[in-house]
Ligand binder design. Structure first.
Ligand code: NAD
Length: 482
């Protein structure tokens, strides 16, 4: 972080924090790098501790009126939010690509998806549940807002991963303090500017800042819940810190998703689908396929078909309309993926495609397919979160289920077969929050998403996810005049 200096060196500096309905400068500032060039291109405000306090105070104040509104009134505001996102899709997408690196068409999709998921969630009913009623008694289960929700997001899909928790919190009657990742704060701050007049002052506060700002949020006595999306390691710190004030938490953490490919598939048909689900956003997706287990009968053909996909992938600056795969988002992640590649080479694996890191500015890394990988290697055990994927061989179904489940991660997984029911029986044995058959990465506003094991706590989306932003309250009425 450095002192705020607007307009210097041709940097974009047209960013503000949103606190209490006002667009304000930060106590500090953050430099933001374009991963396609490796150079700083923007400087944005970063909140200090006093600004966090102010955001929490205004959110608390606004929560009295906001929590008193009906679901329908809040849904109407969320629909206006979706319309604003769509109306500004192109400008937001360009900024998102500049800070995140993904192809601009996929940035547009991310914003469109944030809009449609928001509308989808705002259509979910959360009725009062009647638990029993007879002549003498009535017992009901109500759901009340929690108060102020702190939302902390990662850098891989900043708009979509902000919109899910944001809309969940707002629709259920909470107010929000939202902090994007310091690597990708800009599109979220712009979204805040655009939403300033959509919600009453103080209902949404958007403050950029470094990791320490996230920690202050988790400790803050004025915040009732933390909705965190990010790595397992940080998720554990968030949960430990939130324990100090017994905040509620929803944690959406990392994954190491297996895809099990059975012996009866056509490798030519499944390879492009597996490839896209593994490499979209250059592998920087929590629920990307991160390990491919292929039956020995189709192993060689599938490896070759995946390698062919990798060889024809167009890697480049996300602003170039020809680009299919952009750079890795930041230097730290790039170094990690390069380290995993070197470890993979040292262990004698076969690199079937990719593996040559270009010496050019930016954090580019070609889609890389690796065969004959040791099960205990870093590439198999860790969440690589980048464009390098192992293809492992299996013969026996029991053995592959054991290997797929032999991890502390449990976000999602998939099974691929000519016979969907055969695959479904295997999918049900995966220790994951979502097990797909003949698809991967399919989510929707009405279907819960989240991790088993160390991939998370709680769920986002759906009635189940929304109830995580509310407190259950029993109303028990004894029908006797006193
Ligand atoms: P990260 O954990 O490093 O950071 C996430 C956010 O936490 C950032 O805003 C960061 O500033 C903040 N932070 C850092 N230290 C903190 C602390 N001590 N207390 C509070 N906040 C703190 O994660 P990342 O590298 O930005 O994101 C990549 C990770 O996110 C991957 O593991 C990926 O799988 C995961 N992810 C999960 C999902 C999901 O839905 N399950 C979705 C996307 C990404």
């Amino acid at each position: 972080m450095s002192a705020s200096a607007p307009g210097v060196m041709g940097l974009r500096t047209d960013f503000k924090l949103l606190i209490g309905g006002e667009l304000v400068d930060g106590a500090e500032s953050l430099d933001v790098i374009n991963p396609a060039t490796g150079a700083v291109f923007a400087r944005c405000p970063a909140a200090g501790k006093a600004q966090l306090d102010h955001a929490v105070t205004t959110a608390r104040h606004a929560s009295h009126a906001w929590s008193g509104k009906s679901f329908e009134e809040r849904a109407a505001a969320i629909k206006r939010m979706a319309a604003v996102l769509r109306a500004n899709q192109d400008t937001l997408a360009e900024l998102l690509t500049r800070e995140q690196g993904k192809p601009v068409g996929q940035s547009r999709d991310e914003i469109g998806r944030a809009a449609s998921q928001s509308e989808g969630m705002a259509g979910i009913a959360i009725p009062v549940e009647k638990l029993m009623e007879d002549a003498g008694r009535r017992i009901e289960l109500h759901y009340r807002p929690l108060g102020v929700v702190g939302i902390i997001t990662p850098w891989n899909a900043p708009i979509n991963l902000a919109a899910g928790p944001l809309v969940s919190a707002l629709y259920t009657g909470n107010t929000v303090v939202l902090k994007p990742s310091p690597y990708t704060p800009l599109s979220t701050l712009k979204m805040g500017e655009l939403l300033r007049d959509v919600f009453p002052a103080g209902v949404i506060n958007i403050i950029a800042g470094g990791d320490e700002l996230g920690q202050w949020m988790t400790e803050h006595p004025g915040i009732d819940k933390i909705s965190f999306t990010g790595s397992v390691a940080t998720g554990k710190k968030v949960m430990a810190s939130a324990a100090g004030t017994l905040k509620r938490v929803t944690l959406e953490l990392g994954g190491n998703d297996p895809a099990i490919v059975l012996d009866d598939v056509d490798p030519q048909v499944v390879a492009p689908k597996l490839f896209f689900a593994a490499f979209v956003n250059s592998g920087q997706v929590c629920m990307a396929i991160k390990r491919i287990y292929a039956h020995e009968r189709i192993y060689d053909a599938l490896c070759e078909a995946l390698a062919a996909e990798a060889r024809k992938a167009r890697v480049g600056d996300g602003l170039d309309p020809q680009t299919q795969y952009g750079p890795i988002q930041n230097r730290m992640q790039y170094d990690k993926v390069v380290g995993i590649l070197e470890d993979t080479r040292r262990n004698g694996a076969r690199i079937l495609a990719g593996g040559e890191v270009p010496s050019r500015p930016g954090y580019f890394f070609p889609p890389t397919i690796v065969a004959n990988v040791e099960e205990h290697s870093r590439l198999v055990r860790e969440e690589q979160f980048g464009p390098i994927v192992p293809v492992l061989k299996f013969r026996d179904i029991e053995d592959v289920i054991r290997r797929a489940n032999d991890t502390r991660y449990g976000l999602a997984g998939s099974v691929w077969s000519h016979d969907p029911e055969r695959a479904a029986a295997i999918a049900a044995r995966l220790e994951v929050g979502t097990a797909w058959v003949n698809q991967h990465r399919a989510t929707s506003a009405t279907v819960p998403f989240g991790g088993a094991k160390e991939s998370g706590v709680g769920r986002q989306y759906s009635v189940l996810g929304l109830k995580g932003y509310m407190e259950a309250q029993v109303i028990s009425v004894l029908k006797q005049a006193m």
